[in-house]
Design a protein around this ligand. Structure first.
Ligand SMILES: Cc1cc2nc3c(=O)[nH]c(=O)nc-3n(C[C@H](O)[C@H](O)[C@H](O)COP(=O)(O)OP(=O)(O)OC[C@H]3O[C@@H](n4cnc5c(N)ncnc54)[C@H](O)[C@@H]3O)c2cc1C
Ligand code: SF4
Length: 481
């Protein structure tokens, strides 16, 4: 029998890109076994403390509880899978002794470019098997975008330090503050395999009228967030427009608010429902009093003497053809002018590999992405593997982790002269995963409670500092309800 069947019947577990055994860890939390719950997560998703605060949670829309509640007529809401992960992380105590033992060196050398979640996952999977792992990163500390982009009010740095250190302490050779500027040079160093987890570093620009003249007041959102994260920007004055509707835009607007701007607006080309930001990110921004203006297409930056004064927007509406394809057409309403002192551009990211020479045997498609096997992540140069945002474009942490696992399997097979395309079956836990009637070891009354909201710090306190974590997390008692 195809063992993936056992995963597929548990909808949330199948929907998680790393196939985290959700019912199992929630059961362990219910039994107060937080360290066990943490390690179940750690094996699958590698960063439970980080993900318990930031995961994009593709598991939650799949949760059956949402469908049960729908049938009962209440607002359908899934189990708070993500935030329960944080409960395990917050209450686990010291888990260092539970980390896997490291096998004697097997003589094979693997290098990872970038120390984001995908490369760290590769290192986590291969170091215990005896591989000699080197990781290069242009930044001083490991974590990639987890460290440099996600604001501290959503993810404290101590959590990033803890979970990156578990991996770096497995004997990994971390070459910090060292940007790789030639793949040819790396290939020349005789590594047995190369993993490229360099992320999707370049934010898109917006080349419209006035862009050059107003350059000093216009910032690429992800670069700006990195400067905030590293403490280079500590204050924002005046009115701010954030352009874009994704999670980067939400982080930009909430950060600008915390750094002093009392007038922050998010302006988006598309409608509210089509925005790429997660629903809870939009909700958090609105909760903090940040308006979101939809169907506004940027036309020009207006400036005087090199100082940005505002922006002009065309108002559009969505029309759909018979196949359901959407296009945005002028609504006929007059242009809108919005005053501002600075603009943060969060209109998408581009992959960029200026450091990969054309004669390295790595092919790229017309979108500038590497040509890869979709399952093995092997490139057209059999020694070179990609994963995370560098592979198929910007996604999220849990996808980067899942792709890191897949690539680590490929690298292990490749270096053992096994067929990389033959994938090992999913591992299966034969213990009952069921919650409720099959398990008498804990209280099993069915609860008709709705989903609990995660408690927040008071809004005045949250907005007073960029480093105060907004969500407090469920306490142990609440996680059991
Ligand atoms: C503002 C923002 C907020 C986000 N919020 C969330 C969120 O809440 N939840 C979520 O799931 N995802 C979020 N994401 C997406 C998530 O951060 C990324 O999908 C994820 O970090 C990708 O991991 P990665 O390992 O592929 O690369 P990255 O995390 O991008 O790490 C790549 C690393 O490679 C290094 N590097 C690049 N080129 C070189 C080179 N030539 N030499 C040496 N080092 C190099 C970089 O310095 C970087 O450290 C967010 C992204 C942004 C921009
Ligand atoms: S890692 Fe993310 S997607 Fe996977 S189970 Fe946890 S919250 Fe869900």
């Amino acid at each position: 029998m195809d063992q993936s069947y056992f995963h597929k019947v548990v909808d949330c577990q199948w929907a998680c890109p790393a196939h985290t055994p959700v019912p199992e860890y929630i059961r362990l939390i219910a039994q107060g076994r937080y360290a066990d719950a943490y390690m179940v997560n750690w094996v699958s998703n590698v960063f439970p403390g980080v993900l318990g605060r930031t995961c994009d949670r593709p598991c939650e829309p799949a949760c059956r509880r949402g469908r049960v509640e729908e049938n009962n007529g209440a607002d359908p809401e899934p189990v708070a899978i993500c935030r329960l992960k944080r409960v395990a992380a917050d209450n686990k105590g010291d888990v260092v002794a539970r980390m896997p033992p490291i096998a004697p060196k097997n003589g094979k050398r693997v290098v990872c470019v970038g120390a984001g979640p995908s490369s760290l996952t590769v290192a986590r999977d291969l170091a215990p098997l005896g591989y000699d792992i080197t990781i290069y990163d242009a930044e001083a500390k490991a974590g990639g975008f987890i460290r440099s982009q996600i604001p501290r009010f959503r993810l404290p740095e101590s959590v990033v330090d803890e979970e990156t250190d578990y991996i770096l302490n497995m004997g990994v050779n971390f070459k910090s503050s060292q940007r790789v500027d030639s793949l040819q040079a790396v290939l020349g160093e005789g590594y047995d395999a190369i993993y490229i987890g360099s992320g999707a570093p370049r934010g898109r620009d917006l080349d419209i009228l006035g862009r050059t003249e107003a350059a000093k007041d216009i910032h690429i959102g992800i670069d700006w967030l990195a400067s905030v994260s590293f403490g280079h920007i500590t204050k924002v004055e005046g009115k701010v427009i954030v352009l874009g509707g994704g999670n980067t835009a939400m982080d930009c607007c909430r950060s600008a608010r915390r750094l002093g701007s009392t007038d922050v607006k998010v302006v988006v080309r598309s409608g509210f429902d089509e925005m790429k930001a997660s629903p809870w990110e939009k909700e958090d921004a609105l909760h903090e009093g940040i308006p979101i203006l939809n169907y506004h297409v940027p036309k020009s930056f207006e400036c005087k003497g090199g100082k940005l004064l505002g922006m002009r927007f065309e108002i559009v509406k969505a029309v759909f053809d018979e196949k359901g394809n959407r296009s945005l057409v002028p609504s006929g309403e007059p242009e809108v002018y919005i005053e501002c002192d600075s603009v943060l551009l969060a209109v998408g990211q581009e992959n960029a590999f200026p450091w990969i020479e054309k004669d390295c045997g790595v092919q790229f498609n017309r979108h500038g992405l590497p040509v890869l096997d979709q399952e093995t992540f092997q490139s057209s140069n059999s020694k070179v593997f990609f994963g995370g945002d560098a592979a198929f474009g910007p996604k999220n942490i849990i996808t980067a982790v899942a792709q890191g696992h897949a690539a680590a399997i490929s690298i292990d097979r490749f270096l053992n002269d096994e067929n990389v395309a033959t994938r090992p079956p999913h591992t299966v836990t034969l213990m009952s995963q069921k919650m409720g009637i099959h398990e008498w070891s804990y209280h099993n009354d069915i609860s008709d409670d709705g989903r609990y909201a995660v408690p927040w710090v008071a809004a005045e306190l949250a907005l007073s500092s960029i480093r105060i974590e907004v969500e407090l997390g469920f306490d142990a008692a609440k996680s059991n309800e």
